[in-house]
Design a protein around this ligand. Structure first.
Ligand code: NAP
Ligand code: MG
Length: 398
């Protein structure tokens, strides 16, 4: 069989643990037999990040910028326990935070629907897409322990040398403090990315923050969103019958679980982190969600929304079979290949990406699936497949 050729490469960012195992299986069984794959490979496995003083994370982000398209496996965010486990020389920031800080942009997360798994929120009729701002806030913060009594201030030293200060707290005893920031330009591109996505997908837009409490910080988010809508998108949205709705974050949460779904929920960075896991789990499984980072410069990074599935990996290391769901990783690859095809004008590659997605969904809908879905599917399948069996069944369908 002749394999489909690619004009230009994509940046491939390998990762850790169970997702690294699945990554290799997906390439071997589902992509390489059909596509003459061109990638620029970056090993973001924890050991290699440590060996390169984390240089590889920034390098991979620049490769995505340069090539326009990247695909990323899940990676371990190092902490004290991981430092011990992997004998790391230092603790580095999460690669996702590094990549998002370089690319800026917005992460769109959308549940992958199959007819035999119904969302646990019974009133949802259509998927809720999360648009997560990917820059700043707590993901790019400065933190400090406060040992005892004393005053903590925010100090802004302007370029001309003059200073402005506000008191954060007068500590009477030990505590903690954190400084976060965001940029008007980044918030504007977040808002633009959301309205552009909504126009393309024909979805109403919701945005929420806590501007009643955080009058300056969240107030700025609200104001910029509103301004971008009023000045750039109001007429286009009206022409397509798309509405924009702002509310407080707690009110939004209450409405989301009572509503019918079918909208884009624009979320600040942390809200998007938390709410996308809630939406994914309520829609079926963490592994049934696509995730793409869209940068204002027009680069696209596709990934899975879940982590490295650590506990499954330890089972796999003991030689046991695991029933880890590879669907989000498969869709990260199809998303990247389809975008590459789109940019390069290669319809064969685009058709292949579509075929792989259809084969994956049809496999599940015909009753062959991993354990996370087998528990929820109706009708229930006779047995859950392990990851290898599931991937081989999909390969057979292609
Ligand atoms: P996780 O890997 O997402 O797994 C949490 C649980 O969700 C698993 O124990 C499993 O539940 C279920 N799950 C997630 N993905 C699954 C899949 N594909 N198939 C079946 N079940 C799945 O999160 P975590 O255990 O909190 O984090 C593990 C590591 O991942 C951490 O080191 C963290 O830093 C990293 N992480 C990376 C990313 C990223 O790179 N994008 C994102 C989040 C976390 P059961 O055990 O019940 O089967
Ligand atoms: Mg998360």
């Amino acid at each position: 069989m002749t394999r489909i050729t690619m004009k230009n490469p994509i940046a491939e960012l390998d990762g850790d643990e169970m997702t690294r195992v699945l990554w290799a299986m997906i390439k071997e069984e589902l992509i390489l037999p059909f596509v003459d794959l061109k990638t620029e490979y970056y090993d973001l496995g924890l050991m290699n990040r440590d060996a390169t003083n984390d240089e590889v994370s920034a390098e991979s982000a620049r490769a995505i910028q340069r090539l326009g398209v990247g695909v990323k496996c899940a990676t371990i965010t190092s902490n004290a326990a991981r430092q011990e486990e992997y004998k790391l020389t230092a603790l580095y920031p999460s690669p996702n935070a590094t990549i998002r800080a370089i690319l800026d942009g917005t992460v769109f997360r959308k549940p992958i629907a199959v007819s035999n798994v119904k969302p646990s929120v019974s009133c949802w009729r259509a998927p809720i897409v999360i648009g997560r701002h990917a820059y700043g806030d707590v993901y790019k913060s400065a933190e400090m322990e406060v040992e005892g009594p004393g005053k903590v201030e925010l100090v802004y030293t302007k370029a001309d040398g003059t200073e402005r200060r506000v008191t954060v707290a007068d500590f009477k005893g030990p505590g903690i403090v954190q400084g976060i920031h965001n940029l008007n330009g980044s918030i504007q591109s977040f808002a633009r990315a959301c309205f552009l996505y909504a126009l393309e997908e024909k979805l109403p837009v919701w945005f929420a923050s806590k501007d009643t409490i955080s009058k300056t910080y969240d107030g700025r988010f609200k104001a910029i969103f509103n301004e971008v809508y009023e000045t750039e998108f109001k007429e286009k949205c009206a022409a397509r019958g798309i509405s924009y709705f702002y509310t407080l974050i707690d009110d939004a949460v209450a409405r989301v679980v009572k509503g019918e779904g079918g909208f884009l929920w624009a979320c600040k960075n942390y809200d998007g982190d938390v709410m996308s896991d809630m939406i994914a789990s309520a829609s079926g499984s963490l592994a049934m969600m696509t995730s793409v980072l869209v940068s204002p410069a027009g680069a696209f990074e596709y990934e899975a929304a879940h982590g490295t599935v650590q506990q499954h990996y330890y089972k796999w290391q003991r030689g046991e079979k695991t029933s880890t769901n590879p669907v989000a990783l498969i869709f990260a690859w199809t998303g990247a290949l389809a975008k590459r095809a789109d940019i390069d004008g290669t319809p064969e590659l685009s058709a292949f990406a579509k075929r792989l997605e259809t084969a994956t969904l049809k496999t599940i809908e015909d009753g062959e699936m991993t354990g996370d879905l087998a528990r929820l599917a109706s009708p229930a399948p006779a047995k859950a497949l392990d990851s290898g069996e599931f991937i081989k069944t999909i390969a057979g369908r292609i």
